[in-house]
Design a protein around this ligand. Structure first.
Ligand SMILES: *Cc1c(COP(=O)(O)O)cnc(C)c1O
Length: 232
């Protein structure tokens, strides 16, 4: 990546942080409560390293194979530049046959969407305890993964019996809407569900809607395009 493009990532990170701070101010929240996860899917190791240089410490990927290929290249670049190693989040759907690989490659797995998958992860965990978020399909969209809101209780209960997984919160992808205000009820409902189940983390909000998500309590926002630019 050339110097101009690198400056682009740094400037976009600064702009996103500013927008997070403004949303927190509107909601009376401390910006330290909101973790910025830069979603680097489709972008290469160089772009990730530029984001690390701009202060990003956590990255999201939605495909296990892509992440496994990218991580060593990022490690090499950050070591060479004296930058810290980032942490990785899986933000997309996980297939059971990739659970073992995912258990070793990510700090937190968002997007866990079945009790069967919780069981598979429990077996893949070894002597670790994997931090997971349950994906909830709040709007009941046919095209989306996730538990129905009414199925969250059963999944939380099932996970309590599994020593290898810890459900730390809930995650959702809001419907694509013309105006982010229209996603607000979805975020509010996810926050209500998390409270009902005593879960502290709320992974919600992307490039189009993260400010509304923060106003509704997001503790992790997953932002790709506003940081890395449009995906080709
Ligand atoms: C791609 C993706 C994001 C980031 O989307 P942007 O619109 O680029 O901010 C967030 N969450 C999930 C699950 C994704 O797949």
């Amino acid at each position: 990546m050339n110097a101009q493009a690198a400056a682009g990532v740094a400037e976009r990170v600064a702009a996103v942080r500013q927008r997070i701070a403004s949303a927190c101010a509107r909601a009376g929240r401390d910006p330290a409560e909101v973790r910025l996860i830069a979603v680097s899917k489709t972008f290469g190791a160089e772009a990730v390293a530029e984001a690390v240089a701009a202060g990003i410490t956590e990255f999201g990927e939605n495909r296990v194979q892509e992440a496994l290929a990218k991580q060593p290249a990022v490690e090499a670049l950050v070591r060479e530049r004296g930058l810290p190693s980032p942490a990785w989040h899986l933000v997309g759907h996980l297939q059971s046959n990739k659970a073992k690989a995912a258990a070793g490659a990510f700090a937190i797995l968002h997007g866990i969407d079945s009790i069967g998958l919780l069981n598979v992860l429990n077996r893949a965990a070894g002597d670790r305890r994997l931090a997971v978020l349950l994906e909830v399909n709040v709007a009941g969209e046919a095209t989306k993964f996730g538990f129905a809101p009414g199925a969250v209780a059963e999944a939380v209960d099932a996970a309590r019996g599994l020593p290898g997984v810890e459900v730390i919160g809930l995650m959702t992808v809001a419907p694509r809407v013309a105006n982010p205000e229209l996603a607000r009820p979805v975020f509010r409902e996810l926050a209500r569900l998390a409270r009902e189940h005593g879960l502290r983390e709320l992974s919600m909000g992307m490039t189009e809607d993260f400010e509304v998500a923060i106003e509704e309590g997001a503790t992790m926002v997953r932002i790709g395009r506003a940081i890395f630019g449009e995906r080709s």
